[in-house]
Write a protein that binds this ligand. Sequence first.
Ligand SMILES: [Zn+2]
Length: 314
Amino acid sequence: MVGFTIGYTGGVYDRAGERRLDEVWIAAEIAAGRCRVLPVWRDRNLVGGFPGAAPRAAFLGNGTADALLAAGETIFLGVAAGIAVFAVDLSERDETEAAFGLGAYAEIRGLSALLPPDEAALLATARGLCHWHRTHRFCGSCGHPTESREAGHSRTCTNPACGRSHYPRLDPAVIMLVESVDDAGRPVCLLGHNARFPEGVFSTLAGFVEIGETLEQAVARELGEEVGIVVDAVTYRASQPWPFPSSIMLGFTAHGRFAPPRPDGVEVVEARWLTIDDLALAADWEEEGAPLRLPRRDSIARFLIESWRAEHAR
Ligand SMILES: [Zn+2]
């Protein structure tokens, strides 16, 4: 669907997982001086150009990168265009010093539509892995410090009596468009206004998957809790990496019984059944002040809405 690509899904680089334990290969790549390093500073990525022009990932130059790589604690992200790419967390440094005059540290959540798709995916991955390392410096089993292993893809407890390995965790979240047919026989979809959304924005509903439930059960439970709608026929559609800090969004459509939604008033403050004609009148996210605005064009929420709209277009 042209114009509605899901953000952060353009990761065309090779993750080269088999190289994570290949210390000889990694050392040779570093020694050859052809690696690229993406720095992260407290959940922000270094970008050049922005805000004066379109943002681009800022890779550290050879001299700076080599020193950081030699010092260790870098995370091997993979191979892009034949070149090994690493991430490094510079959160302990002064922000300006850590930018090396190459750009500024920016919150990339929401910038994916402006970045080249492959760079958006790399930056998001770098951010997510650096966040995981920063928040897993101690063993959850025994409290001793942990050390990075597998070129940054695991951490191991330094307590010989424990030695437990820890791996990056993802928090799965379901996001779902509910479709139905109204009393006049028209196809409708249910969108909600979350308490955290800007004024006028209506989107698909979402929530975290709980331990012990299936994705389909999570979809049904969240819709019951948030808007009091009973659904069946839950169908998987697409996913979006969301390492802000550690989620993956799993997109579904579900068929709901047409009834007045009952927003919980806490997460969802308003919910509406909308027809194709209602959606045609809706504005884009950027159009502040419009009474009904749709989510960003690169979000999985928008992808679900536009897919539904396309399926029911007359
Ligand atoms: Zn331990």
